[in-house]
Design a protein around this ligand. Sequence first.
Ligand code: FNR
Length: 361
Amino acid sequence: MSTGLFSELSLRSVRARNRLALSPMCQYSAGADGVATEWHRVHYGSRAVGGAGIVIQEATAVEPRGRITSHDLGLWNDEQAEALAPIADFVAEQGAVPAIQLAHAGRKASTTRPWEGSEPLQPEAGGWTVVGPSGQPYPYEGAAPPTERLDPNDIEAIVESFGAAAERAIEAGFQAVEIHAAHGYLLHEFLSPVTNQRTDAYGGDFEGRTRVAREVYDTVREAVGEEIPVFMRVSGTDWLPEPSWTIEDTVELGSILADRGLDFLDVSSGGIHPDQQIDYAGPNYQVALAEQVRAETDLPTVGAVGAITTPEQGEALIRNDRADVAIVGRKFLNDPYFGLRAAESLYEVEPDVPAQYRRGW
Ligand code: FNR
């Protein structure tokens, strides 16, 4: 049991009881002004009770314009932090590491919720003007909200807002911070030549396009100090013909961030443009990306995500040195106790069931 999915993982001062993480998943259930509700408390609490080693809370916006929908969580003020603190505490009490994903949705902000169609929302209908590295809107079928190109002062303010949110997150009790640089949201929009047409210091070559991600990492690191692990989620590839963001770019960025002290790269993919062509979207479909990053960089921890739905998949990923952490999304929506069931079915040992539930296991 020492090297598999249920082996411990050390990240700076933090210890995870196993290598199974809850993938960040928006619940679109915040109250007014991005404040967490009972839904979040029950949802994240259940996954911690259910055996996840790390609970990565959903994309939480660093400023109001950075929300996908007006029901997203935010962390740009103290009231939001106060509402998150009991969630982080409960998750930790149940033995999981409370982590939080900090995000800015860039030009993919201002839409309705998935169950309302994820439609772009105009300012007059309750939406807002969205921002990106360039002025082009996301190519929706319908009309996109007005899309503004960020100037260097705005960029600096957004970088600072990641730092301020990270500081609040740690004060609220989170033990790790994940920077969302994937899925076609703001930081990915700067990384990819598909969406970054700038010719200033924040665009052009690899160095320019990766500047914002590097600055956000450095700012978050400064905000959280040396004891707290910092994660970043990236899209390993755009799944588009070049010029686009490629796995080679991801490896290069991973190496640069490893040198600066990034603890964990969470390797997802896609989301930058609707023309993306994913060759295969079945079980483990993004694992090869994580595996390549793990083999070709010195990053301490690399996580794989995407259609991991069985305990055996997770166990094989870790045992075969393909990833250090198995990150599970939709399966954990389907079964909050996936972690307990995985431990039980893999090892036939008593899983780490809370005392209150032991008579049921
Ligand atoms: C997601 N995903 C996601 N990703 C992310 O980085 N931040 C987020 O807040 C969200 N929100 C979200 C909501 C919902 C309802 C789903 C289903 C997905 C993507 C998610 O974390 C994961 O990467 C993918 O779902 C692929 O993993 P699974 O679900 O196949 O295990």
